[in-house]
Write a protein that binds this ligand. Structure first.
Ligand SMILES: NC(=O)c1ccc[n+]([C@@H]2O[C@H](COP(=O)([O-])OP(=O)(O)OC[C@H]3O[C@@H](n4cnc5c(N)ncnc54)[C@H](O)[C@@H]3O)[C@@H](O)[C@H]2O)c1
Ligand SMILES: O=C[C@H](O)CS(=O)(=O)O
Length: 492
């Protein structure tokens, strides 16, 4: 690695560049290594420990050994340690952002924003750790007392994606630790550096050895490690964020051990603009939702539906904004769209563009790959329901704009997918707002807004977008088991 030209040469704290895996408080070089590259330049950034099934078993054993002492801490004691971790994440926001832009590509300001977003889950669950309350119930016999307690589920495995290298980790690890569970994290092979730096800060915060383990692995070893997690009786909960396809695999692999699963999977978000919408506000919301992280988010607007009466005005205003977007290296001033994560991602966007054009779509802006792993921000008008971009998650900077006439037509089109994560619509008619909100088959609905996620809301989907919720007080439930106590002979 040529540190002279590497973006990581500018880290304020060079010791945050961790490349070994963390198991039981020890940094492990591992039996092999895999390379991590900068998607903007193709430059090698580092090589990282490439662990497999043997080390996965070690990490599970370490977590299980650390669990008794961790669960015996009071919620307040765990809260204090999580708060220290939050403070360290925020104190190192710039370095974590730099690592993230280097390995994932998102613009530096956006990366620093994700650090604050990811840290906010640690802050939130530091507080929730103190609120794991139980219940007392009316007795059915005066000689008994009935109560409900909630206890940590046990060793958790977290498998996370590359698009939010910190937030998708803390959204799982923070509630798990708060609830009293130890965790083994397997971060995406494309973006391990941010995860390892966050783990280093957790160690500095005083999270004990074995409570938080980070197992880095390349693609093939990720599959092998996943199988170990699924087959292990010690691992009681797998929290996965990633594609629906992999979610299905993990669900099937976990069936023999009846594991609790939290699945945050793929999306295909509709973004509906009605005639009565504030068009300028709808354009702003569509830009924010569609092109954040170069369109590589699970809640990006994937299909934009615009009612006939405002279709031309929306396409004109929206396209004018898209034309003005600056694409480039995430460290360059003014860049709002960085590279896509890998060549296959560009191929998928290009495939969706060519398919749309072949089926009558009109390219209004962009439509082509640029140098390297960059793709033009793209708008296609006259999009139709038989196009690939209507049925598949594009996961790139392509905005297909569909025309519709009636409210019911928009609802039916929006719901015509196996996915059900995020959805959006713009209207200022109160009756329509309630009719459409309640008719959309999605876990989340943005109304007159394009960005909806924050740490204290229940984030998650229905249908094949997943199981469970992350964030909010609901996020603790994934890591807690309910136990009913029936106490007899209490008056003797
Ligand atoms: N619902 C959400 O909150 C959410 C958030 C972010 C991303 N996503 C989804 O994730 C996808 C993009 O992320 P991605 O490309 O990293 O997804 P992916 O499913 O390819 O990979 C996600 C993680 O799973 C691991 N993995 C892959 N195959 C595996 C296997 N057979 N066994 C065990 N682990 C395996 C990968 O190494 C990675 O760590 C998109 O579909 C996006 O919608 C969803
Ligand atoms: O892509 C997945 C993230 O969950 C998106 S968000 O930042 O939480 O909205």
């Amino acid at each position: 690695m040529d540190m002279k030209t590497s973006p990581l040469a500018l880290l304020n704290d060079a010791t945050l560049l961790k490349t070994d895996a963390l198991i039981d408080g020890e940094w492990l070089k591992g039996p092999a290594r895999f390379d991590v590259h900068d998607p903007a330049t193709g430059q090698k950034l580092a090589d990282v420990a490439n662990l497999g099934p043997k080390e996965a078993e070690q990490a599970i054993a370490a977590a299980n050994a650390a669990w008794p002492a961790w669960r015996l801490k009071t919620g307040k004691e765990r809260s204090i340690l999580l708060r220290r971790w939050f403070d360290l994440l925020m104190a190192n926001q710039e370095d974590l952002g730099r690592l993230m832009t280097a390995e994932q590509g998102k613009p530096f300001p956006e990366a620093k924003g994700e650090v604050a977003y990811g840290a906010s889950f640690v802050e939130w669950f530091a507080e929730e750790a103190k609120r794991v309350n139980g219940e007392t119930l009316p007795q059915f016999d005066n000689n008994r007392r009935l109560m409900v307690i909630r206890q940590p589920i046990g060793v958790c495995a977290a498998i996370t994606p590359w698009n939010f290298p910190l937030a998708m980790i803390t959204r799982k690890v923070a509630p798990a630790l708060a609830a009293g569970c130890p965790v083994v994290i397997k971060p995406a092979e494309l973006t391990p550096l941010t995860a390892l730096a966050a783990a280093e800060l957790a160690v500095r915060a005083g999270i004990p050895p074995g409570v938080l383990n980070v197992l880095t692995a390349d693609g093939p070893n990720s599959i092998a490690v996943g199988k170990v997690f699924c087959a292990s009786d010690t691992v009681r909960h797998i929290s996965f964020t990633g594609s629906t396809e992999v979610g299905r695999i993990l669900m099937a692999q976990s069936a023999p051990t009846i594991k609790k699963l939290s699945l945050e999977l793929g999306g295909n978000a509709p973004f509906i603009v009605f005639d009565d919408a504030d068009i300028d506000s709808a354009v702003e919301g569509a830009i924010a939702s569609k092109y954040r992280n170069a369109g590589q988010t699970c809640v990006c607007a994937n299909r934009i539906y615009v009612q006939d009466g405002v279709y031309d005005a929306f396409v004109e205003k929206f396209s004018a904004k898209v034309k003005g977007m600056k694409v480039g290296n995430g460290f360059e001033d003014g860049v709002v769209q960085g590279p896509l994560i890998e060549p296959a991602a560009l191929d998928k966007v290009q495939r969706h563009v060519e398919d749309a054009k072949a089926k009558g779509g009109k390219v209004v802006v962009g439509g082509a790959k640029l140098q390297g792993q960059f793709f033009q921000p793209t708008v296609i008008s006259e999009a139709k329901g038989d196009m690939l971009c209507a049925k598949e998650e594009t996961f790139g900077p392509l905005a297909p704009v569909f025309r519709f006439t009636t409210e019911q037509e928009a609802i039916d089109a929006a719901n015509n997918t196996e996915f059900g994560l995020a959805s959006y619509f713009y209207s200022r008619d109160v009756g329509r707002i309630f009719r459409v909100s309640e008719a959309l088959e999605y876990g989340m609905v943005g109304i007159n807004v394009g960005i909806i996620a924050t740490e204290h809301v229940p984030f998650g989907g229905v249908k094949q977008s997943g199981l469970g919720r992350e964030g909010s007080h609901h996020g603790m439930d994934e890591y807690l088991e309910i136990k009913y106590l029936c106490l007899g002979d209490v008056l003797k």
